[in-house]
Design a protein. Structure first.
Lengths: 330, 344
């Protein structure tokens, strides 16, 4: 018997397996480890940022600032490494502190001023993107032996696939995220907050520290994603990663997390990322399809999963409908 | 005190607009200078009105959508789709009126789709319009086949770059649409019904309001406004750019509505105040350009502006101010200030 709470996760998993099987049936080369390795490498920064987004959405909020924070991190690292003699590790630590503090500041505005997360993180998005512009409007290359050393770290398989460091960082982030969400008190508080702010307060959940913590995590992970992205591209550019927040939200929804909060799995997001990466890989393999089909297919998938969530919610309230004659609209 | 309730409602926006325009004059003394050149009005003020047209057109529909406690994230993508539709119809040899009608129908269709998701499938507005926001640019690129479709049709170009009796056409279009919609919803009961849905949809339905049809209509208005804005932007550059047309304009439109003093939590709205908000944004842009500040600061200033407005609008701060005012020593203790309901 499948527990109904796991249904969206199972649907996501089934979608991924089915899509991969279809791709492999058409192009057997898709099964090679090289494709798998590239899938992890190319989507590493998106995956890391999606973990933070999952926490935010689980708590019933939304964070539109992550794409700008990634761009800011990249430009910051590039400018710092160009103009100072600071060691990259030191710069990494500094930028993680800055982005986490930025997220925490947005979280406290959301909590203490009782403003909708949507508009607060929108302001944060402008602010981070503007800060990136102020640092530099040009694409700044990063040339540092430490960066070269990090880029050389990979595990080569027999078939020539390279599992790079940044793919490993993404998987590690997902594992830590799963443990935090399901095995710690903080994770329980996040789920409780998503279930209802007033209820969770009555239950004794520390709403203030949880809200601020959630957005700090999202900001910090966006900073980590920025570091990974700068390793991936070896440059910092203030116009990079425009619209990544939408991709992250789409991955979270495709991963089966309810956008109203309180329900979902970090592991689902992982498969959401893989599905989105798979679509892009398929388009590359096909060669005749144009890149805009990615957007249309992702939009369609998004719609399908929202409908699925709606159907599940409807099914679980149908009994109440039969008893009272009408459902109170949410 | 200002007696007229309408003037009192838009007074803060008028004051802010006045201050920003005043700052413009400080950095550029000839700011208000308007002259006729080649049968066309020239001047910075005209430029503000002209460049603010897309935001102004978007914020008309956005005000109505936000008044129903919704939000429309897809307007930027709808602009791209409408621009692409108009361009491809003209390139295929159709008359420009056909292209405009086609683009408007596509905009209305997009609005209907959003409205259907929100009103009938009861999906949260942010999520429902996100679908079109993600997929919309892909659809626009599908129409333009990935290129920037350029056209030379004088009729269509006139809509974006032409003039009527010296006044740029976009200015006339947004003024006409904005004032017509504002007048229409206030002279009929529609405005009140929309506010009722925003305040409490369940009770408005129990009171006999056909909330579903109204919700769909509101999103259709937003879609049509976005389509007009898309046509203007495409006509201005004589080409449809599926990637960049209307990029991030949905955020500007939402910002204009918020500056207009409309609460994001739905309820009372004023379209005229939102239009003033759009003009404030454009005047700030022009201020940054004229003062010679690097345009990089544009986004930071916009962000600080939002944060300042959020703090002022916040229910907590309003409550705190009320307590401060009430606890201050009064000369006439019996005449306590009447409890002012915050604007939400």
């Amino acid at each position: 018997m499948i527990r109904s709470t796991h249904l969206p996760l199972i649907v996501t998993l089934a979608t991924f397996v089915l899509a991969y099987a279809l791709c492999a049936w058409q192009y057997p080369a898709m099964l090679s480890l090289r494709v798998v390795a590239n899938l992890l490498t190319d989507n590493a920064f998106l995956g890391i940022v999606a973990v933070g987004m999952t926490f935010v959405i689980l708590s019933g909020g939304i964070d539109l600032s992550v794409g700008s924070v990634i761009a800011f991190t990249g430009v910051f690292l590039a400018v710092v490494l160009r103009d100072t003699t600071m060691h990259p590790l030191m710069a990494f630590a500094l930028v993680l502190v800055i982005t986490s503090a930025f997220g925490a500041a947005m979280g406290s505005i959301i909590h203490y001023l009782e403003m909708p997360p949507f508009i607060v993180t929108l302001a944060g998005m402008f602010l981070a993107r503007g800060a990136a512009y102020v640092l530099s409007t040009d694409s700044v290359p990063i040339t540092h032996e430490f960066y070269d050393a990090l880029q050389q770290v990979y595990w080569k398989t027999a078939s020539g696939g390279r599992f790079r460091l940044i793919g490993g960082v993404m998987i590690l982030t997902f594992l830590v995220g799963i443990v935090v969400a399901h095995r710690t008190r903080f994770g329980q508080n996040v789920y409780a907050l998503g279930g209802g702010s007033a209820t969770s307060r009555l239950m004794g959940v520390p709403v203030a520290s949880t809200t601020i913590g959630i957005y700090a995590i999202s900001g910090g992970l966006a900073g980590l994603a920025g570091i990974v992205f700068s390793l991936y591209t070896s440059a910092g550019y203030s116009l990079a990663t425009v619209g990544v927040e939408l991709d992250a939200i789409a991955a979270v929804v495709i991963g089966g997390t309810l956008l109203t909060g309180g329900f979902g799995f970090i592991a689902g997001t992982f498969f959401g990322i893989l599905i989105m990466g798979l679509i892009q890989t398929y388009i590359v393999f096909d060669g005749t399809l144009s890149s805009w089909w990615t957007k249309i297919v992702i939009g369609g998938l998004l719609f399908a999963f929202i409908l699925l969530q709606k159907g599940l919610t409807w099914a679980s309230t149908a009994r109440r409908k039969a008893a009272t004659g009408f459902v109170t609209p949410s | 005190m200002i007696r007229n309730p309408f003037l009192r409602r838009i007074a803060p926006q008028l004051i802010i607009l006045g201050i920003v325009l005043g700052l413009n004059v400080l950095v550029f003394p000839d700011f208000f200078h308007v002259e006729m050149k080649n049968g066309r009005l020239f001047g910075n003020l005209i430029d503000v009105l002209n460049r603010g047209a897309p935001t102004a057109l978007l914020c008309v529909g956005m005000t109505l959508v936000i008044a129903t406690k919704g939000i429309d994230l897809s307007v930027g993508a709808v602009m791209a789709i409408a621009g692409a539709t108009a361009a491809s119809l003209v390139v295929d040899g159709n008359h420009w009126t056909v292209a405009v009608i086609g683009a408007l129908s596509v905009g209305a269709l997009c609005g209907m789709w959003n409205g259907f998701l929100v009103a009938f499938l009861r999906i949260q507005p942010i999520v429902a319009t996100l679908v079109l926001m993600v997929a919309g640019r892909g659809i626009a690129q599908l129409i333009t086949e990935g290129t920037i479709l350029t056209f030379l049709d004088p009729g269509l170009i006139h809509l974006g770059a032409g003039t009527v009796k010296g006044v740029p056409t976009p200015v006339l279009i947004w003024l006409t649409l904005g004032l017509f919609v504002a007048y229409f919803v206030r002279r009929t009961a529609l405005g009140m019904l929309i506010e009722a849905i925003g305040i409490n949809e369940a009770s408005s339905r129990l009171a006999g309001i056909n909330s579903r049809v109204l919700l769909v209509c509101v999103y259709v208005v937003s879609g049509i406004g976005a389509a007009i804005a898309g046509i203007i932007v495409a006509a201005d550059i004589q080409g449809a750019d599926a990637n960049n047309a209307g990029l991030w304009l949905e955020l500007d439109a939402i910002l204009a509505v918020v500056i207009g003093g409309n609460s994001l939590l739905g309820g009372r709205f004023s379209i005229v105040a939102s239009l003033l908000g759009a003009m404030i944004i454009q005047s700030v842009n022009s201020l940054i350009l004229l003062s010679g500040m690097p345009p990089e600061f544009n986004l930071i200033i916009k962000a600080l502006l939002i944060i300042a407005i959020l703090v002022i609008q916040s229910p907590k701060v309003a409550h705190l101010l009320y307590i401060l005012r009430a606890s201050a020593p009064q000369s006439h203790p019996k005449q306590l200030p009447p409890f002012k309901e915050s604007k939400r």
